[in-house]
Design a protein around this ligand. Structure first.
Ligand code: GLY
Length: 427
């Protein structure tokens, strides 16, 4: 079996590791891949993964049996549609279904039409700036200003007053996020802890994964700028069975609502929830595996990932059992100095083998490159994700930090408080 994975982050390294450990012993191609995938699969560095035609041609020419789409860009660009049209199995939703992530206004519409709790919001374009200003006169602050489209996690501002909200809108309308910012949402600010609940979805059946919680801010104590994610843990101690059931129902309502509009969502539906005093509400959806959530979820998956992905692609998830290890997982992200601002590349990385020699530890590569001479160097902002699996969250956390301490490169930074609050410590 030949599988093509699109993407080159820690998420994709975790996906590829799970795929190559399958009893089906697949041949795995990864585009573009990274320094970690290079040693367990074949990297295809130059494939234009956001071009639907290019990916479909490549998959057809190389007799690929299954394409797994990691990031949102190719999903929203309709890569899954082009593969379907060529009769190639794909794990990932169509371009229209991926608008759940690709357009916040579309997602709000689905939520409104299906009575899915979320923050109150309204959309504005540049032509409606005056109406937005009038609405802001009466708003309760803070409000959240969001670019409608994909902005690589950068299009969200929490505005504490009218001036800050207007400044965020101007920034978006002035092209800071390209086309993604031509429409802006002004949204009610919701309070409570956040929780990610991801599910395998085949258009009808929703099979949830264990809850996870990531840490988006760069520095300890949840301070500093937003990042792609500096660490994550699973399970989430504060999420009881009732809350999990409520979040699951909201994902099911989303999928049923999409189906009712002729949109079959197939792939991973990621619900970003906020646990308010009135119950869970949806903050946002993603149409894919999370990064770094995948780096704590897939190590806990006991079922063969290929079986699950094929069941999703074929629309027969209702007959596929999916089981999870009861162990806890903590992932600590090691980033380049300066990230998420400017950072240098090409720093030599050492200590990964020593880290992985510890029981239950896997080191997932994100921004790494394996040079021809065998040297592993940094090539991105988030460089590695160090995941530890252990019987308890406290043990997993301790093991992840013990492993991370064995890794070294010039300028490396990481948060020291991943999962601390969940364990009752300061964060
Ligand atoms: N961890 C957040 C995301 O994958 O978007």
């Amino acid at each position: 079996m030949r599988i093509l994975v699109l993407g080159g982050g820690g998420r994709e390294h975790a996906i590829v590791r799970a795929l190559v450990s399958s009893i089906r012993t697949p041949e795995v191609l990864v585009a573009p891949g990274n320094g970690g995938t290079a040693s367990i699969a074949t990297n295809v560095p130059d494939l234009k993964i956001e071009s639907a035609r290019v990916v479909a041609d490549y998959a057809a020419e190389n007799k690929v049996d299954l394409v797994v789409i990691g990031p949102e860009g190719p999903l929203v660009a309709g890569v899954a549609d082009a593969l379907h049209a060529r009769g190639i199995k794909v794990f990932g939703p169509s371009g229209l279904a991926a608008r759940l992530e690709g357009s916040k206004a579309f997602a709000k519409g689905i939520m409104r039409r299906n009575a899915i709790p979320t923050g109150e919001s309204r959309c504005y374009t540049l032509r409606e700036f005056t109406q937005a200003q009038q609405a802001l006169e009466k708003a309760t602050f803070p409000v959240v200003v969001k670019a409608d489209g994909l902005a690589a996690g950068k299009g969200v501002t929490i505005a504490n007053n009218k001036a800050e909200a207007e400044a965020a809108m101007r920034q978006s309308f002035n092209g800071a996020f390209g086309e993604a910012g031509e429409t802006v949402l002004i949204e009610e600010f919701l309070e409570g802890p956040e929780c990610s609940l991801l599910a395998f979805v085949d258009g009808e059946t929703v099979t949830v994964m264990p809850p996870a919680q990531d840490h988006k801010r760069a520095f300890d104590g949840d301070t500093g700028p937003n990042t792609g994610g500096m660490g994550v843990y699973s399970p989430v101690p504060g999420v009881d069975d009732e809350t999990l059931a409520a979040m699951t129902r909201l994902l099911e309502k989303t999928v049923t609502g999409m189906h009712g509009e002729n949109l079959r969502f197939r792939g991973v539906l990621y619900g970003g929830f906020i646990l308010t005093k009135d119950g869970p509400k949806v903050l946002e959806y993603n149409a894919r595996f999370g990064d770094p959530e995948t780096q704590v979820l897939l190590p806990r998956l006991k079922t063969d990932l290929i079986d699950v992905m094929l069941a999703v692609a074929d629309g027969r998830l209702n007959s596929q059992t999916v089981t999870w290890s009861p162990e806890a997982a903590v992932c600590v992200v090691i980033a380049a100095g300066g990230y998420p601002g400017e950072y240098e590349k090409g720093k030599v990385i050492t200590g990964i083998a020593d880290a992985e020699a510890l029981e239950g530890v896997s080191v997932y590569h994100a921004g790494t490159e394996l040079r021809a001479d065998g040297t592993l160097v940094t090539s991105g902002g988030r460089v590695l994700g160090v995941t530890a699996l252990a019987p308890t969250l406290a043990q997993a956390r301790e093991r992840a930090y013990e492993a991370a301490a064995k890794i070294s490169f010039d300028g490396m930074q990481m948060r020291t408080d991943i999962a601390a609050r969940a364990l009752g410590g300061a964060q």
